[in-house]
Design a binder for this molecule. Structure first.
Ligand code: NAP
Ligand code: ZN
Ligand code: ZN
Length: 351
């Protein structure tokens, strides 16, 4: 297989900083699109993966799965894209395409889905490398079209933070009669508020900190509950149809289950791992409540969201950084000190 070297940013070990390196990209094959990357969002999953929080990372790692760029080359069998098109790649670059999940546009639940980074690259027999790089080569079936009317840095986080919250909002039929809540105001949380608000729902934010109240309201939240205030939590009992929980670390779900109404669902999208403290089943049984999970979204659903954002002029609130600032950005993200998504301007890698 013919390859070329491109510049990227990544790490060799859980305790090492991200640094500039070179990676291989394949030359385009018949159905491939090569994308010159303009912007790449910084997801908390990038940090989890780079630092091996989930115990499955293979090094080296080049993170990044909120990729926006322009088509710079196409294979001779590509039918949907042409040179110069504004396109995007999210968390998936391949799947088996034949299983029932793939047939149902749920590629993210395909047992053979290939992550944009940290997956298995069958072409190069190595792990896949993500968007903290100059360019990427992806089969056109996993490339998305970006509306030209939106800010290009601001749209990047839609590829993960957006779709991860949109998919459960759609699955649990959130609309104008819904009363929903979002736990945690970070990258996912702020997109959840914007999208649920645009769908017409009544939206409440649960946050640990009082200093995000004004921002949450400006993003579209109707109310804010400080989750560390017992009196406020008690007052919220039995109120929500759906809660989207974006907190990245182990935390107590029981106080949030109490705020669901009868038949309500708490959807965990943030934390991966065993619950601590344990989940109490009695309130769930007594109120037919559910605790569920949800993973990103499929290709068709991600395109649906990009089109929705184009129509409603929705983008993420971003802090644009240079790639050389990525290690400080990770430290700030650990302290919830970002409003509300870092996005890397990839010109900084090329210069
Ligand atoms: P983020 O920007 O760091 O935001 C997380 C928010 O959670 C923080 O702003 C904070 O909000 C709250 N928080 C942080 N630490 C907390 C703690 N110890 N206890 C309680 N609340 C805490 O992260 P993100 O990029 O939105 O990602 C959130 C999580 O979703 C990550 O674990 C990521 O890996 C995961 N994720 C999952 C999927 C999926 O498909 N399911 C996709 C993408 C990302 P407040 O200050 O308002 O409390
Ligand atoms: Zn992500
Ligand atoms: Zn499949």
């Amino acid at each position: 297989m013919n390859t070329k070297q491109v510049k990227a940013y990544g790490t060799e070990a859980a305790d090492a900083s991200l640094e500039q390196r070179h990676i291989k990209r394949r030359e385009v094959m018949p159905t491939d699109v090569e994308i010159d990357i303009l912007y790449c969002g910084v997801c908390h999953s990038d940090l989890h993966f780079a630092r091996n929080d989930w115990g499955m990372t293979q090094y080296p790692v080049v993170p990044g799965h909120e990729i926006v760029g322009r088509v710079s080359q196409i294979g001779d069998g590509v039918t949907n894209y042409k040179l110069g098109d504004l396109v995007a790649v999210g968390c998936l670059v391949d799947s088996c395409r034949t299983c029932s999940n793939c047939k149902d546009d749920l590629e993210q639940y395909c047992p053979e889905w290939v992550g944009t980074y940290g997956g298995y690259d069958k072409h190069l027999d190595t792990n896949t490398h993500g968007g903290y790089s100059e360019s990427i080569v992806v089969d056109e079936a996993f490339v998305l079209r970006v509306p030209e009317n939106l800010d290009q840095a601001g749209i990047a986080p839609v590829l993960c933070a957006g779709i991860t919250t949109w998919s459960p909002l759609r699955h649990w039929n959130v609309g104008k009669d819904s009363t929903i809540a979002v736990v945690g105001l970070g990258g996912l949380g702020h997109m959840a508020i914007k999208l649920a608000h645009a769908l017409g729902a009544h939206v409440t934010l649960f946050s640990r900190s009082t200093n995000k109240i004004e921002d949450a309201k400006a993003l579209g939240a109707d109310a804010v509950i400080i989750s560390t205030d017992e009196a406020q939590m008690k007052k919220a009992m039995g109120r929500f149809d759906v809660i989207i929980d974006t907190v990245p670390y182990a935390h107590d779900l029981n106080p949030y289950v109490a705020t669901l109404n009868t038949s309500g669902t708490l959807v965990v999208v943030g934390y991966l791992g065993p619950l601590d403290p344990m989940l109490m089943t009695i309130p769930m049984i007594m109120g037919r409540k559910s605790v569920a999970g949800s993973l990103i979204g499929g290709i068709a659903e991600t395109q649906e969201l990009l089109d929705f954002c184009g129509k409603h002029n929705i983008t993420s609130d971003v802090e644009v950084i240079k790639i050389q600032e990525i290690n400080q950005a990770y430290e700030r993200m650990l302290h919830s000190d970002v409003k509300y998504r870092f996005v890397i301007d990839m010109k900084s890698l090329k210069s």
